[in-house]
Unconditional design. Structure first.
Length: 249
């Protein structure tokens, strides 16, 4: 058995990939990592809101009709509408009134999840793809142990969750400041230090974590209604609570 690793700067972060493979399959997995990296750059180019001329920005500016955009853009447009309904309006790509609509809170997780799926489809026996702290993981045997960062201490892990096939996504202000906005107020979210959501799909988990962070203390009641997704929240006073999730502290 051999480990194959790769890291790539893309989507404004570093995406690291790890796969366990039979030695005879290593070359095929290396090729699949090339495919996964190409996919991540394609998504970055299509959806970025930080470089002028992306298809997403041209769509938002009315320069491209919805019927003419790439199928991936149509998929994202449909999914963010669904996520808005699933989160009772807490997930909004236009929540920040100072910026163009930004789908990154779904798109990054969706893209990383598909990158992991590419590696699994190529025959790896275990895969872990980490996109700036959001993780898509799969193992044929056993489970990955994924750490949840302490939002008050970047060098510390607050809790650990076991994942055999699933995703871990965290939203908080400790990395990028107040970039998550509460759609109810139009201002930065308040009340929580971080929200981690664990479930079967990273794009959905990423969006749910963003929505929960936007809701602040009101997130607890909504998180308890989720089917198949659990959460670990840390409030601004440092108190933590696991909701529908087994963690080791």
């Amino acid at each position: 058995m051999r480990e194959v690793r790769r890291a790539e700067d893309v989507m404004g972060t570093t995406v690291s990939m790890l796969a366990h493979v039979e030695t005879s399959d290593a070359e095929r997995i290396e090729g699949s990592m090339d495919d996964a990296i190409a996919w991540l750059h394609e998504v970055d180019d299509r959806f970025t809101t930080y470089r002028p001329g992306s298809e997403w920005l041209r769509y938002c500016a009315g320069q491209v009709a919805a019927a003419d955009v790439h199928p991936d853009v149509r998929h994202v447009l449909a999914r963010v509408v669904e996520l808005g309904s699933e989160t009772r309006g807490a997930f909004r790509i236009d929540a920040d009134p100072s910026r163009p609509p930004d789908p990154a809170a779904f798109v990054k997780g969706w893209a990383v999840q598909r990158a992991a799926d590419i590696l699994v489809g190529a025959g790896a026996s275990a895969v872990c793809v980490n996109g700036g702290g959001d993780v898509a993981a799969w193992r044929l045997h056993g489970a990955w142990r994924v750490g949840i960062q302490d939002p008050f201490d970047r060098s510390a892990v607050r809790a650990v969750v076991d994942v055999d096939c699933g995703a871990v996504a965290t939203s908080g202000a400790y990395e990028r400041g107040g970039h998550v906005f509460d759609p109810r107020t139009g201002g930065p979210a308040e009340g929580l230090a971080s929200v981690t959501v664990v479930g079967p799909d990273l794009g959905t988990a990423d969006a749910y974590a963003t929505a929960a962070f936007a809701l602040g203390p009101d997130a607890r009641a909504w998180l308890r209604t989720l089917d198949g997704y659990g959460a670990y929240i840390v409030d601004e006073q440092g108190s933590a609570e696991a909701i529908g999730l087994a963690v080791a502290c």
